[in-house]
Design a protein around this ligand. Sequence first.
Ligand code: NI
Length: 178
Amino acid sequence: MARLEIIVAPDPRLKVKAKPVAKVDARIAGLMADMLETMYAAPGIGLAAPQVGEAVRVIVVDVAKEGERSPIRMANPEVVWASPERVPYEEGCLSLPEQFADVTRPKEVKVRYLDEHNKMQELHATELLAVCIQHEMDHLEGVLFVDHLSTLRRGMIIKKLQKYKKAKAAERDEQKSA
Ligand code: NI
């Protein structure tokens, strides 16, 4: 397993539509394992393959409480049912560090996907798990949570991230020359 670099927005690699996987083979299962390791280290509760520079339809999530683990690995996830009831939830994203905003989504979803053994599974997700899966699936369409906000609000957050990236790059340059 390896820890991967998480891409920070704005970045064109976060805006592409990811391709389905033909099957979950050893390479994809390995990617899932690396993504989980990367997500736990961050720490975060979800990660999508485009966030680590792989434009394939793979996501990992784990919303278990601290000290417990219950990882879910999904390839080619598809929402087959969504509740008419929608609820707001304050979301964050490993690709948008330190940024949070309320996003309104269906409260519950039923998702069909291939698991790490290439087996078709169906999951009825509620509460935080439903939020997290929908957020990660958005990444596969090149959609970030800020894309659900007003243009003004999104612009403010992107500006902050540009500053954040500049500061991080300056930090790295300093370390190199030190
Ligand atoms: Ni995200």
